[in-house]
Design a protein around this ligand. Sequence first.
Ligand SMILES: Nc1ncnc2c1ncn2[C@@H]1O[C@H](COP(=O)(O)OP(=O)(O)OP(=O)(O)O)[C@@H](O)[C@H]1O
Ligand SMILES: [Zn+2]
Ligand SMILES: [Zn+2]
Length: 876
Amino acid sequence: YTKQVNESLVFKMLTLKRSESECFLLLCTCRLWQENVSLKDLQSKGVCLLKLQIGSQSTGLYGRSLLLLEPRKHMGVSVLPSNNFGPGDIVGLYDLDGCKPSSQLCTGVVTRISQSAVTVACEDSPDGLNLDTDALYNLMKLANDVTYKRMKKALNTLNGYSSGPAADLISVLFGYSEPGSISQPNDLSFLNTGLDESQRQAVSFALSQREVAVIHGPPGTGKTTTVVEIILQAVKQGQKVLCCAGSNVAVDNLVERLAKAKAKVLRLGHPARLLESIQKHSLDAVLAHSDNTNIIADIRKDIDKAFMGMKKMNDKRDRIHLKREVGELRKELRTREATAIAEVLKRADVVLATNTGANDGGPLKNLPVDHFDWVVIDECAQALESSCWIALLRGRKCILAGDYKQLPPTIKSHTAASKGLSVSLMERLIQKYGDSVVRMLTVQYRMNINIMTWASEQMYQGQLTAHSSVEKHLLKDLPGVASVEETSTPLLLIDTAGCGLSEMEVTDEQSKGNQGEVDIVELHIKALTEAGVKPKDIAVIAPYNLQVDLLRQRLSARHPDLEIKSVDGFQGREKEAVVLTLVRSNRKGEIGFLAEDRRINVAVTRARRHLALVCDTQTVQTHGFLKTLIDHMTQHGDVRTAFEYLQVAEELGLNHESQGEGKDRCITVSRPPTGPNEAGEEEEQQALQPAAALEEDSVTGPPVEQPAAPADLKTLHLERMRREQEKREQKKREQEKHLDTVRKTKKTKAGACEIAAAATADVDFDTLIDAVVKAERVCSFVKCKTLVIHLGQLCLFCNRQYCLGHHIPEVHGCGDQAKANARMRISKEGVLYAGSGHKDKSVDPNKKAYLHRKLDSKLKDMEKQRKTKPKESDNN
Ligand SMILES: Nc1ncnc2c1ncn2[C@@H]1O[C@H](COP(=O)(O)OP(=O)(O)OP(=O)(O)O)[C@@H](O)[C@H]1O
Ligand SMILES: [Zn+2]
Ligand SMILES: [Zn+2]
């Protein structure tokens, strides 16, 4: 569509960080495109709600009209169609003509959305909103190009700036004049007495700079703690501070901490977007308690009353009269509010907003241009420079805090990037002035020293030290966490090299997945949670969205509190344990955007006590930076190969526990011991060797290093096996008890009869197992004989195993249940999936080939073990 869409729209999409759905929205607002799409289509995409009626209308703070919109109530059904609307979204209200600009009645912000209604805070249209309560309306999500407009405006102002409070600052920030300093008393008394030496130095430095100070805060070094102290010191000196950050969360965090230190803070921003706990510091809340409140409340009541009156009125002239009255009242309200706002703003010592929230179209327009002395921007390295300028134009001096060794905003346009948009203001200043404008915080309070050292050496010139409170901390030190191998090591590298766990072959560079790594992550999460680590303390991080999706499909149902996100999604956060899967595994050693060092730095430095890295070292080592990480983990941490995990998985696969829903399927299958323990394990290991060799050849080409410490690995493995064996025997005992119950239940498949028969006859366990294995092995579809033991799919609706030709619910008769389930999920999660509602889960060809090879070796293995039994016709 780009040919039809105007240039500036494309520019907006390319330069700003846009998700696909946002781009879609931007396209929607473009008339040329929109005219080709029906409103119904827009509704089914979740960006439009059609034929709503007005449930109620009241006047909120600042005279905003609050509209409650509901679906038309006919026959008692009033549920909104599934949609993508959320609090804070900008929406347009339209009459039934459609969602054309000409029929737009007003714009507003969603404040609440439930299954049955959506509440919109309307921005006032000049002559007030007089909506017909009987009519129907359309509501459409609007592309949020407010940010873009505000940045553009700030840049235009900057361009024409000649004299004003920020003149010196601008001159220094663009390199026309050198930054200066001002003398400070040496006996600075710190309000926070717990600051470390580097933090103290950063505070004094910030106070003594005349125009600009940069605080470089690597991960976990207490950047916010330092920024808070700087602001409190400035306030102590009588300065007025405007404090901004890129995200609402970061701003809210600063508000919370400044308020705790008793600073007079005021938070700007739409209440719908603020954390509940800090809403009391919002402009809206403070205004509600100001002296003018009663008067404003009275006017508001009058407006509401006028509206009520209008509904009952039949006479047209009366209506017009009232309409005028409402208009007058609103004007009065606005004047009063402007005064009230200015008063409240002047009383505050620190005004906080997001970077773009500090624009002069909002409440700040009520203040004189030279009101603020300092502008503080946190997370500055993650912000577009143009967004910083919105606030900077209001200050004489600025403090920029952040870490330019973490991810900058994504710039999708190469042109924009090449002209400097991808370099943050912070980075630009450091490049220009070097150490003379920057102080770095060097004590970190997050990571175990083994995790920290790599980042310190590679990214921060080895300058970081670990505070004694975190230096040696491990997962096992957490309350309720058992001391096992996994919880006693800060670094664990699980190497998939040579294990045939190749990445999926997807042409799109942005979406890469690796099922094998998903399997291993799952097993490691299992180990951690079984040791007592809480899922909420674990982060699973993948650089690719496809892998994030695959991981969520696998893990989210079982661990709803487990956060699984892309690297960008975790920036600014920390977790006790981080499991990082790098996904890339290919013969060419292609690593795509893993090559962005800052991305890897962010991922690794989220971890406090434990970092597990799942990756194909063969592939990722082709990149020098990643090689340093692999080397560091090999030297200072534990290394395992994925083989070990695959074997365990294999074991689990064989010890099939299909519990079913009562009926004849609740059978726990265990493999019988084949003699003395040790010997049995040895045999199995050998059996797997040829398969492994096979994979090496077909997947990774060059010969693969053997596991770093074979002896250790083996003991580890044997130990694990012994534990497994114990569990199995326990299960066996339980099972024998259980089989008595099974006997009494109905049987639908021949296999089940055999099982029951075997159980009644009380024959040897081997026979029983054979019967079960056989029954479990073939597709459950009528007459289909395809083996499913390694290549089957379990249907979640009937809980039976099917071959790949019959696993789709619609094929074997579970179609209705699947559809009902999809509908339920959509209404529950409010999420629309493309197509039938199910994401494509079909097996990747790589994975298929891999499974085929495994199946072969497994069957050989089983044959060997069952020498006493007659040979089966397994090869169909
Ligand atoms: N001087 C200090 N003494 C003890 N603990 C500290 C000190 N400074 C910071 N911390 C601790 O370090 C953690 C991170 O600090 P803070 O919240 O200030 O940093 P942040 O800006 O959020 O994180 P980052 O440094 O990663 O950007 C907090 O738990 C805080 O209590
Ligand atoms: Zn089914
Ligand atoms: Zn089948």
